[in-house]
Ligand binder design. Structure first.
Ligand SMILES: [Zn+2]
Ligand SMILES: [Zn+2]
Ligand SMILES: [Zn+2]
Length: 324
């Protein structure tokens, strides 16, 4: 890796293409240890594609302002105010995201986060890493790369990346899509306390190897009775030991937003068990308990933070406790 970003768009693009190609060579190697450099190279390649776009959009005399972490105002020879990039440090993922959003460049950041999380956690997965487990990363990367080159670089990804790299990307994506669809249809045969719980299982990645291929061991019946197994590393866990992580991760972003911007938190401790209660769905993901939504004393809506007091609101529960 460690492909330096040089200050010209053509070399950034070349570095992006090289990085992705090397990552795919890593994948094709029989040496499973190269799975780690595969993840790093492909992610680095995606970031370089993004930086290439920012470099193209930078003003000619701005020292690549849009790809520099630090940008300062300056006065040019004609006494105009211009923004110039400073130093060698280039934008990180967060800054790229902010600049893209501000420039109306649309990218699936949820998917990028998935790829980046896999890359960050890769040391943790190490003992269970395999070519299979990294297919989800390559498949996600394929979707990002294909869309970005088409939509924002006005180029043909097959031509840009070369036939060989393109063939690997397509093939891995096809295999993964097929396996993922099999998992999804197996998950679909079970009954869940809520559809959102099924969706959460579909989006869940194995904690041991990072693979997104999670399927139930039961063919039918209640999900809560089933075990869930990873098709890549055979990690196998019963519903009750995996559900908090599955639901917790699924709602993590919304929970964060509700904390940051206000609004109801989507998940809260279940008043009946130690599980996660899905407030919108009105059901506990662990025990299936459905809480009272209306206070039985004053009729007001019981907010998530007061669910512990159900069937009363926090205030009424407090007043009644004093009356006792
Ligand atoms: Zn696994
Ligand atoms: Zn519960
Ligand atoms: Zn009340």
């Amino acid at each position: 890796m460690a492909l330096a970003v040089k200050g010209n768009p053509v070399s950034i693009l070349n570095n992006a293409v090289d990085s992705i190609a090397i990552g795919l060579e890593d994948y094709s190697s029989p040496d499973e240890r190269r799975v780690i450099s595969c993840a790093r190279n492909i992610f680095a390649g995606i970031l370089l594609l993004f930086k290439h776009k920012l470099s193209l959009l930078s003003e000619p005399d701005s020292d690549e302002a849009l790809i520099k972490q630090r940008v300062l105002p300056a006065i040019d020879d004609d006494e105009n105010l211009i923004w110039k990039g400073q130093g060698k440090k280039t934008v990180d993922v967060q800054s790229i995201k902010e600049r893209f959003e501000s420039l109306n460049i649309d990218v699936d950041w949820k998917r990028i986060k998935k790829i980046n999380d896999f890359r960050n956690d890769i040391e943790h997965y190490y003992s269970n890493l395999s070519h299979e487990s990294i297919r989800s990363l390559i498949s996600d990367s394929f979707l990002i790369i294909n869309d970005f080159i088409h939509s924002h670089l006005d180029d043909d990804p097959k031509e840009l990346l070369g036939d060989e790299a393109w063939a690997v990307l397509i093939e891995v994506n096809e295999v993964y899509k097929k396996e993922k669809a099999e998992c999804a249809s197996a998950l679909d045969k079970l009954d869940y306390f809520s559809d959102e719980i099924q969706n959460a299982f579909e989006e869940f990645s194995c904690e041991e190897c990072g693979s997104g291929l999670i399927a139930p061991t039961l063919d039918e019946g209640d999900a809560i009775e089933s075990n869930f197994t990873c098709k890549s590393c055979d990690n196998n866990l019963p519903y009750e030991s995996i559900i908090n992580k599955v639901v917790g991760e699924y709602y993590m972003h919304d929970a964060y937003l509700s904390q940051k911007d206000g609004g109801d938190t989507p998940i809260i401790d279940c008043p009946e068990c130690c599980g996660i209660y899905l407030y919108e769905e009105g059901v506990c993901s662990s025990c299936g308990h459905t809480a009272e939504r209306e206070c039985q004393r004053c009729g007001s809506t019981i907010i998530p933070e007061e669910l512990y007091a159900e069937p009363f609101c926090g205030y009424c529960a407090h007043v009644m406790a004093k009356d006792d």
